[in-house]
Ligand binder design. Structure first.
Ligand code: SF4
Length: 385
């Protein structure tokens, strides 16, 4: 008997990539058709970010918490629903869903009709600094915005799934103002690869006492979440309330329909970009530019303005219809010769024109290099982090 098809939910991570560009939803999760550069080594990424270890550390702060361990989405939702029938409960990885939206919440703490929704992140902050979530002009800090949007998405799903519960939202972060009171804390949370996925093993005997004074702090972020839910969200090709956009994206993702691409400078960072589509693999970026700009493979062969090194004016060029590298002029680059070595625009012009001194496969300013090396004071120490 065939197993039922996996439901196509708009999850937290899919919501996040849709905020970057809604068209990405069509390419995500199809590695045999559209390779995803961000997924190529999620184990190394997990190691670098430390998010999994911090998640385990956070659980120790809530002894008696119950982990939702069911395998399928529906079983996870059912298990969470049953747990939330209790008057008081702390749930780890609770699953909430409504009309195509789905989220696993790191920590849910229920007391009567009040719920604390806690998202745990490895990101650090300093709890002694006032207004650390706001930028200089009073808006939400751009570095914090993705984390707060993530919480806003979860609170939106929670309010749809459990309209009778009052939800308060928190971000739990690594607090730089706290001092770790035990040695070898990181050694208690070992990350390993299992079936290609990162899994954390917690050393035996690790409990709240063993990890010392908390180095994580839960910050109430209702003010920011309210603001995000209230104000229109601007993403490539769309502008609207999070609730409306999420509903639209959920439906498009469920039915696997491509959201017409709005290409722009943001495409330079697109993870669905393969430079040489082959062996049945396709480049999402190529498809987008073919649809939106009528490009052909020969246009890609000449290079696009997306490839321009260290150039902040890509969007302006795209808006002006300058898409191919060979259409870029010195004026576009505000060409200026450097005084000592190459200027940025000289370097960019070499790339756009495809010409550089010596006509070899590379350019090295040997004279400048020698002058720089002459100023070095030996011995030198090479330190690799
Ligand atoms: S190429 Fe651009 S428009 Fe297409 S999915 Fe990537 S970022 Fe979005």
């Amino acid at each position: 008997m065939n197993s039922p098809a996996k439901p196509r939910y708009l999850t937290k991570s899919r919501f996040k990539i849709a905020v970057e560009c809604p068209t990405k939803l069509y390419y995500t999760g199809k590695p045999t058709i559209y390779p995803d550069a961000k997924q190529e080594d999620d184990f190394l990424m997990a190691l670098a970010e430390g998010g999994f270890q911090v998640g385990e550390l956070a659980k120790l702060m809530y002894p008696g918490g119950v982990e939702v361990s069911a395998k399928t989405h529906q079983a996870q939702i059912d298990e969470t629903t049953r747990l939330l029938e209790r008057d008081e409960v702390t749930i780890f990885e609770g699953a909430i869903a409504d009309d195509g939206l789905f989220a696993r919440v790191d920590v849910l703490r229920k007391t009567g009709s009040q719920v604390e929704l806690i998202e745990v992140k490895a990101k650090s902050f300093d709890s002694t600094v006032q207004n650390s979530f706001r930028g200089a002009r009073g808006g939400i800090d751009s570095g914090m915005r993705p984390y707060l949007q993530d919480v806003a998405f979860q609170r939106h799903v929670m309010s749809l799934a459990y309209p009778n519960l009052q939800v308060r939202s928190f971000l739990m972060l690594a607090d730089k103002s706290k001092t770790c009171s035990v040695d070898g804390l990181n050694q208690r949370f070992k990350i390993r690869r299992q079936d290609g996925r990162p899994v954390v093993t917690v050393a035996p005997g690790t409990d709240a006492g063993a990890v010392g004074a908390p180095v994580l702090t839960a910050v109430n972020v209702d003010e920011f979440v309210d603001e995000i839910l209230r104000e229109p969200l601007s993403v490539p090709g769309a502008n609207g309330l999070l609730a409306d956009l999420a509903q639209d994206w959920a439906e498009r993702y469920r039915t696997d329909r491509l959201i017409p691409p709005t290409v722009g400078a943001h495409c330079a960072k697109c993870e669905f970009h393969t430079t040489s589509p082959s062996a049945g693999l396709q480049s999402g970026l190529h498809e987008c530019w073919k649809i939106a700009k009528g490009w052909s493979e020969s246009d890609f062969a000449t290079g696009s303005v997306l490839d321009l090194w260290n150039f902040k004016g890509k969007q302006k060029l795209i808006d002006a219809g300058v898409l191919r590298l060979d259409k870029v002029t010195r004026e576009h680059l505000k060409y200026k010769e450097g005084i000592e070595g190459l200027s940025r625009s000289e370097r960019q012009w070499m790339q756009a024109s495809g010409r550089w001194p010596g006509d070899t496969g590379f350019y090295l300013d040997t004279a400048l290099m020698r002058r720089q090396m002459a100023s070095w004071i030996f011995p030198l120490h090479f330190i690799d982090f």
